[in-house]
Design a protein around this ligand. Structure first.
Ligand code: PMP
Length: 404
C-alpha cells in the first residue's frame, strides 16, 4: 500500500469512548445483555418545538449555504443568550457558529498553535483535548487535579506548569469526566495566576453549563475578571443542553481577531454549520427553557441514586459530582483482588474489562482521561438501567477474592 499518513495523524488515536461503545455493541450482537454506561450524550429526545422549527425551516427552503460564520438570526440568539444567562456582551462579529463545539475547539487550536506551543490540559480531561492539540502540532501539558481537590486544578499547580511557550489553558466546568464545577473563589484564584502571564489564553469549554447542581450557578469567569476577555475564548453549543448531539451545532465567542482566523479556517474546510441545525438552535436558545431545568433535575436524581449505590460497594468510591452526567469512580480498592478466572486486577483497564466480561457493564477506564485508577460512568441512561448497572457491578465485586 502506498498510503503515507501525515505525522499529525500518527500522533493521535481514535476516541476511547467510541472504542468502548464499539466493544459493547459487538458483545450485544453476540447476544450478551449489556448495560452501556459509556455514552456522552443525553438519552432524552430533542424537544418538540425544536423539531418543528427544523421541519418548518426545511419547508421554507432553508437548505442552502448560510453565511460562513452562521446565520444572523443564530448569532443574534447566541449574543442574547450570552447577555441573558452569563451577563456578557458579545456582538455578532465576535461569534462563530461551528459544526459542534468540538469543531470550535479544534479550529481555535489550529488557528493559534505552532510546533512547540504548549497547551495546559487539567486532568482528568475530556479525551479529545490532548489529541486535538497534537493534531494541531502543539504539545499538551497535563496538570493533575487530584481527587482530594475535587479533581480541580489548583492555582499553585497552574502557576508551576506555565512556561513562556504556554499558549492556552483549557478549562471545562462542569467537567467531563468528573462533573467538577469550579466555584467563583476557585475561578478567581486561577484567573489571578493567568493575570500574571499575558501570553496565556483561556479557553472555557461550557458545554455542560446547564447540567449543574451546584447550589447556585457560579457567575461567569469573565464577569469575575473582565480584564481577561481579550484573551478568552468561550466554547459552548446546544448538544448537551437541548439533546441535539447529532445535529452538530456549537459556537465560539471571543476577540474578533481570533474569531476571524477561526472563520477563515472554517470557510476553507467545513464551511457553515448545517442550515437546519442552525434554525433548530435559534428555536432552542430563544424558546422555552423549562426542558433545560427539568433535565438538570432528572440528572441530579440519577446522580444521587448512582453515587449512593456505588459507595455501598466495598472497594468502589465516588464523590457527589456537582454537574454534567458523569460519575468518576475510584476503583483503587479493587486492585490486587482476584477474579473467578484467577486474574489479579492490576489497573483500571483490568477493572473495566472485568466488569464488561463478567457482568456486561460497559464503562470507560480512567487512564483515557489522564488519571488512574478510576472509571467513568455516564448517567445519561434511564434510572432502571443505572440501577441494573449498579446491581451488576456489586455482583461482580462480590465475586472477587482477596488473595491470601
Ligand atoms: N466538550 C466536552 C467536554 C464534551 O464532553 C463534548 C462532547 N462529548 C464536547 C465538547 C463536544 O460537543 P459537541 O457535540 O458540540 O461537538
Amino acid at each position: 500500500m502506498s498510503l503515507r499518513l501525515a505525522a499529525r495523524v500518527q500522533r493521535i488515536k481514535p476516541s476511547p469512548s467510541s472504542a468502548a461503545a464499539d466493544r459493547a455493541a459487538a458483545l450485544r450482537r453476540e447476544g450478551r445483555s449489556i448495560i452501556g454506561l459509556v455514552v456522552g450524550e443525553p438519552d432524552l429526545d430533542m424537544p418538540g418545538h425544536i423539531v418543528e422549527a427544523i421541519v418548518e425551516a426545511a419547508r421554507q427552503g432553508q437548505t442552502r449555504y448560510t453565511q460562513n460564520a452562521g446565520t444572523p438570526e443564530l448569532r443574534a440568539a447566541i449574543s442574547a443568550k450570552l447577555q441573558r444567562e452569563n451577563g456578557l456582551d458579545y456582538a455578532a462579529d465576535q461569534i462563530l457558529v461551528t459544526p459542534g463545539a468540538k469543531s470550535a475547539i479544534f479550529n481555535a487550536l489550529l488557528a493559534t498553535l505552532g510546533e512547540g506551543d504548549e497547551v495546559l490540559v487539567p486532568a482528568p480531561y475530556w479525551v479529545s483535548y490532548p489529541d486535538m492539540v497534537l493534531a494541531c502540532d502543539g504539545t499538551p501539558v497535563t496538570v493533575i487535579g487530584h481527587e482530594s481537590d475535587g479533581f480541580k486544578l489548583r492555582p499553585e499547580a497552574l502557576a508551576q506548569a506555565i512556561t513562556p511557550r504556554t499558549r492556552w489553558l483549557i478549562l471545562n466546568s462542569p467537567s467531563n469526566p468528573t462533573g467538577a464545577v469550579y466555584s467563583e473563589a476557585e475561578w478567581k484564584d486561577l484567573l489571578e495566576v493567568l493575570q500574571a502571564h499575558p501570553q496565556v489564553w483561556l479557553m472555557t469549554d461550557e458545554i455542560y453549563e446547564h447540567i449543574c447542581f451546584a447550589g447556585h450557578k457560579p457567575r461567569h469567569p469573565l464577569v469575575l475578571e473582565p480584564g481577561l476577555k481579550e484573551r478568552t475564548l468561550i466554547v459552548n453549543g446546544v448538544s448537551k443542553t437541548y439533546a441535539m448531539t447529532g445535529l452538530r451545532l456549537g459556537y465560539a465567542a471571543g476577540p474578533p481577531a481570533l474569531i476571524q482566523a477561526m472563520a477563515a479556517l472554517q470557510s476553507q474546510s467545513t464551511s457553515n454549520a448545517c442550515s437546519l441545525s442552525q434554525a433548530g438552535a435559534v428555536a432552542a436558545l430563544n424558546g422555552d427553557q423549562s426542558f433545560v431545568v427539568r433535565n438538570a433535575e432528572l440528572y441530579r436524581c440519577r446522580r444521587d441514586e448512582v453515587v449512593g449505590r456505588i459507595n455501598a460497594i466495598d472497594g468502589l468510591r465516588c464523590e457527589l459530582p456537582d454537574g454534567a452526567f458523569y460519575v468518576y469512580v475510584n476503583c483503587a480498592g479493587l486492585l490486587g483482588r482476584q477474579t473467578p478466572k484467577g486474574q489479579i486486577l492490576g489497573n483500571d483497564d483490568d477493572v473495566v474489562m472485568y466488569l464488561l466480561e463478567q457482568v456486561g457493564v460497559a464503562v470507560i477506564a480512567g487512564h483515557a482521561y489522564g488519571l488512574s485508577p478510576y472509571f467513568r460512568l455516564s448517567t445519561a441512561a434511564s434510572l432502571e438501567t443505572l440501577i441494573e448497572g449498579c446491581v451488576r457491578m456489586a455482583t461482580a465485586v462480590s465475586l472477587l477474592r482477596t488473595p491470601a
